[in-house]
Design a protein. Structure first.
Length: 464
């Protein structure tokens, strides 16, 4: 995906103030583009609302609304009329590049709304930390998560966990003839708990159930006071720290002692966000399998890649990673990236006050069919270089499945390694078919795809 990074727009001495949406257009953006995302659950997806959003095609409607705003008001950022809050929507790639490249100052990830939501279950997470605490916790996260390393240092144990749990998923799917969300996700959560906390946490579904309840409260952000979830958070924290203190060899928790840290790091306090992120990766797993089922030629290439080499050892599996990245581009699990400006910023000379919220609608940039020919099709090759390896050379500011710049998700490589390893084992010896009315390789892909209702027919695959 090596592309030229767009330069920031130069100052324009004749520039006037930033465009401000009319009251009617502010209502259209909030009601038609932002509210459907919030309603589906920014922190924990609400299954019924996700299903309703798919039927109403709210993701498609949101793209069209933002395209009209771009036509009407120009590149922006477009300020919205929100009483009591300075807010602007980023509509131009150079502005995306600027906001993400200039994180955490002057564009702080610890956005006000994000602090309200995530404070329910991860009050010390790097994502909502500022200043030296953020720098300290970021160093710890990057060390334990092996940021930038395609194959994690604990990969051997991770591969074993992924293959063992995938074998149980395959057996369950073989018995019913179908692979659905519940079957895949139970196995995935076991992989996640073993990866993060060790084999001793494999069956502790209560831990992740407690986290789910806390995340549900997080959907309400400041509208639900944090005090109302304090007792549950304390029970969750006690249970989590018991697993962390075990420091089971082969787990991420085993790396804590050697990682850089200080009195403010709170190593165990970083774990809830890892579990949260891995939950979203589960949706990417289901969608990636559906994409491959709808594109049998690419599925064949993936099977050939998975069948080469020793499957019991760590491998990069670039084609499978590309399928996961495409699932995240087509249906981003983080549809809005949020930043708060810490000082007054200027945009081609036009000022935006300090404390302004900047909204980057990732699904709009990923699916803007007026600017990208692959908006509604499966295009995994864009994530690969000429040699078929994952292309990590240049950030592409029109595709942000893991954010970008200094605020890029530190677990990017770990998530891609874990998902691709798990999916390779799920695919082993199996062919999957998806209902063509849901996904079909010859038709534009829907802009909303409910992972909870996906169900794939399973049969033995032909030898590669």
């Amino acid at each position: 995906m090596s592309q030229t990074v767009p330069a920031h727009r130069p100052p324009d001495p004749a520039a006037g103030p930033l465009p401000v949406a009319s009251w009617a257009d502010t209502g259209r953006v909030l009601a038609g583009a932002v509210l459907p995302i919030v309603a589906q659950g920014a922190i924990l997806r609400r299954r019924r609302v996700v299903a309703l959003a798919g039927r109403l095609r709210t993701d498609d409607r949101g793209v069209r609304i933002l395209q009209r705003m771009r036509e009407r008001y120009g590149p922006g950022p477009l300020r919205l009329r929100v009483p009591g809050r300075s807010m602007a929507v980023v509509l131009d790639r150079p502005d995306v590049a600027r906001v993400l490249s200039e994180t955490p100052e002057p564009f702080a990830p610890a956005n006000r709304e994000k602090r309200g939501a995530l404070g329910h279950f991860q009050p010390h997470a790097v994502l909502i930390s500022s200043g030296e605490a953020r720098a300290d916790r970021r160093r710890f996260n990057e060390s334990v998560l092996d940021s930038g390393t395609p194959v994690h240092s604990q990969a051997t144990a991770m591969v074993r966990a992924a293959r063992e749990e995938a074998a149980l998923v395959r057996a369950a799917a073989d018995g019913s003839g179908r692979l659905d969300w519940d079957t895949l996700f139970v196995g995935w959560w076991r992989v996640v708990r073993r990866t993060v906390l060790g084999d001793g946490a494999r069956d502790d579904a209560e831990l992740t159930d407690m986290l789910e309840t806390l995340r549900s409260a997080g959907n309400w952000a400041y509208l639900r006071p944090h005090g109302g979830t304090r007792a549950l958070r304390e029970r969750f924290d006690t249970r989590l720290r018991a697993h962390v203190d075990r420091a089971e060899p082969g787990s991420l928790a085993a790396m804590f002692a050697a990682a850089p840290g200080s009195a403010v790091t709170d190593p165990a306090g970083q774990v809830p966000h890892w579990l949260f992120a891995y939950d979203a990766a589960g949706a990417a797993n289901m969608r990636a399998l559906a994409l491959l089922a709808a594109h049998p030629e690419e599925a064949g290439r993936v099977r050939a890649e998975s069948g080469a080499g020793d499957p019991s050892g760590p491998r990069e599996l670039p084609r499978l990673r590309a399928a996961v990245l495409e699932a995240l581009r087509l249906w981003p699990t983080t549809p809005l990236l949020l930043r708060d400006s810490t000082v007054e910023t200027r945009w081609a000379g036009a000022p935006l006050p300090a404390g302004s919220a900047l909204l980057i609608p990732t699904w709009y940039f990923h699916r803007d069919d007026r600017s990208r020919p692959d908006a509604d099709r499966f295009a995994p090759d864009q994530w690969l270089d000429a040699g078929g390896r994952e292309d990590r050379a240049v950030e592409d500011w029109s595709s942000m499945p893991f954010s970008g710049g200094p605020g890029t998700c530190p677990a990017r490589e770990l998530v891609l390694f874990t998902t691709s390893t798990f999916l390779a084992a799920v695919l082993d010896g199996r062919a999957h078919r998806v209902d063509p009315s849901v996904l079909h390789g010859s038709r534009p892909l829907p802009r909303g795809l409910d992972p909870f209702t996906l169900s794939l027919a399973v049969s033995p695959s032909s030898p590669v």
